[in-house]
Design a protein around this ligand. Structure first.
Ligand code: NAP
Length: 234
């Protein structure tokens, strides 16, 4: 029987790359998206390559009712779901100095990247535990880089990273056979950064392929923070 994966923000960018490569490596895909036409276009593209797409779930991470409805639909339609990829996310304004960040930017990034992601994870964790499954979060490091440190984005992802580490600890200390871990894809050319393509930027499809390889490697990664492109120290 094929394994089932739910990928949030699966309609474009890195999420679409993950759906594509999970699908090509034998997973059945349920795609999370905010808008029907964007979901259908992505599903059409995936199906044209012979990928099994079970369907899509409407998910708006700023809306608790939407999260509840998405979780109910997954529990009812796909009770064997064993992989949740928390990929959906927003950047906030990356161009400002930290102290110039508008409060609304902090609120919005926290709402999507942390509160929304936490709420969906909290809601689906019992199903993932029942199926001895996995939760994978697509994120950035919490550490402050001298080169790039937009406050709203890094703070919201930092909170998400703590969620992952603490949930992983709770799974381990309670001897639960399920796992949660982080993957940092590194800079990737997508809508999130205005499709920036500087040297060192990756393609979302290549990132999707590497994420799928990690998910399929048969190893336990509970609590890990995995750099897809580790920086090599001289
Ligand atoms: N690109 C990078 O350099 C980079 C690096 C490290 C980590 N990441 C992380 O990778 C993940 C994917 O980013 P990406 O670069 O692929 O960005 P993207 O192309 O902008 O895609 C973001 C996805 O998230 C969805 N989304 C946005 N707000 C949402 C909300 N409120 N509720 C539900 N879904 C929402 C978008 O849906 P719509 O299409 O409806 O807007 C879209 O499907 C993010 O978590 C990001 O932080 C990206």
């Amino acid at each position: 029987m094929k394994k089932l994966a739910f990928v949030t923000g699966g309609n474009k960018g890195i999420g679409f790359g993950i759906c594509r490569h999970l699908g090509l490596s034998g997973w059945n895909i349920v795609l999370g998206a905010r808008e029907e036409s964007r979901a259908m276009k992505a599903i059409e593209n995936l199906k044209s390559e012979g990928i099994d797409v079970e369907g899509w779930v409407k998910l708006e991470l700023t809306d608790m009712e939407s999260i509840e409805n998405a979780a109910k639909k997954i529990e009812q339609s796909w009770p064997e779901m064993e992989l949740l990829v928390n990929n959906a996310g927003i950047p906030g304004n990356m161009a400002l100095k930290s102290w110039e960040t508008p409060i609304v930017d902090i609120q919005q990034t926290m709402k999507v990247n942390f509160v929304g992601t936490f709420s969906l994870t909290k809601r689906l964790m019992p199903l993932i535990i029942k199926n001895n499954g996995r939760i994978v979060n697509i994120t950035v490091p919490s550490e402050v880089s001298p080169y790039w440190h937009p406050l709203a984005y890094v703070a919201s992802k930092g909170a998400q990273n703590e969620m992952t580490a603490i949930m992983a600890m709770d799974l381990k200390q309670n001897n639960i056979n399920a796992e949660i871990f982080n993957i940092h894809p590194g800079p990737t050319t997508t809508d999130l950064n205005g499709n920036m393509a500087l040297p060192g930027f990756h393609k979302p499809d290549t990132v999707g392929e590497k994420v799928a390889e990690l998910i399929n490697d048969g190893k336990n990664h509970n609590g890990e923070f995995i750099e897809l492109y580790p920086i090599v120290q001289e």
